[in-house]
Design a protein around this ligand. Sequence first.
Ligand SMILES: *Cc1c(COP(=O)(O)O)cnc(C)c1O
Length: 419
Amino acid sequence: MKPKLTAERARKIREMKMTAEETIAITKKYCANNYSPIPVTLERGEGVWLWDVEGKKYLDMMSCYSAVSLGHCDPEVVKTAINQVKKLANVSRAYYTSSMAKFIWMLSELCGKEKILPMNTGAEAVETALKIARKWAYSDKKGILNNCAELIVCSNNFHGRTITIVSFSSEFQYKNHFGPHTPGFRAIPFNSPEDLEDHINTNTAAFLVEPIQGEAGIVIPNNGYLQTVREICTRKNILLIADEIQTGFSRTGKLFACEREEVVPDIYIFGKALGGGVMPVSAVAANADIMDVIKPGDHGSTFGGGALASEVACASIERFVSGKYSEKAVELGDYLMAELKKIQSPRIKEIRGVGLFIGLELTRESGGARRYCEALAKEGVLSKETHDYVIRFAPPLIITKEELNWALARIKKVFAELS
Ligand SMILES: *Cc1c(COP(=O)(O)O)cnc(C)c1O
């Protein structure tokens, strides 16, 4: 087949200035229909602000699900990326780079784990952690019979979209018609140490949990939940795996959400903010007694730990260490929560959150969160519904009180108009 695309046509397409309508039409024509975006066409970002193709300005209260916690196009991260991309971007893990050496050294010192396994996306890092847990289960540290290991997960979890991960999702749409599903997982209710205790058997290798369930609608467990879970896992010799992909890097007012209960998991999973808002960077962290079950050839990734990604992650980590973002997330998160609670609306069922990770749940009579998010976008505040009834407010951690007030005025207006 002769492709329709010629070099001349390729250049024309690349140089074309597209309107919002054209962009949406072309996207609908050529893109798989796996998302239903809010009809806003963005072209530029700086800090907490985004601009659409017509120059209209928006405040980002979504932060790309925490991937843009440092704000859009952080100058230091961008400078690092540009310098590195001109020098060397990728060589694969077949060779060494000082960029990767620095990245894993810094991440190890940041999270306190001896070993790091760098990957790209969150789902890949979750898969990596599952593989580590299974191989550990068959080692002499645990001694489960080959192919018999089980992992316990929580219902309403979100850990990504691969076949294995959706196999243990409780979301019907995420898994229906994607079977046969991967065996070896058992779901228990979130926030129930009793269920964890009850479901551990001799084949249980690990417990995988989000310290706060993000996609489930910002669901915060009872005080002491993680501590009890930690105690159970230690006593039963099973690994505690914390998916900190969304909660990590100061989002909840601590560097990692596990620190809210002074809990140290056996395995950390990081992603999203680690890439500084610039590119996907993820990683799994564990001590050597666990990570060393992985031998050359057991696992890999063409792009994972690439020089460009590693330099970007280094710059991002340095910003998180220096930026006092945890303190800011506490202070501004408390403020945002208090102000949101002042909104008098019969449509608001509950407002919950920690740090700058806040979910506003609407009543069933509200007509759903989507129309609120669309109305907010018209006013210049970008958010996104989580499931049908929760509006998520998770701005970049660099946001100021004045900028939050800018958003709050518009949020109040939308509630006054729609309620
Ligand atoms: C986003 C997310 C993932 C998946 O990350 P991707 O980069 O989208 O693959 C996994 N776990 C949690 C808690 C997340 O928020």
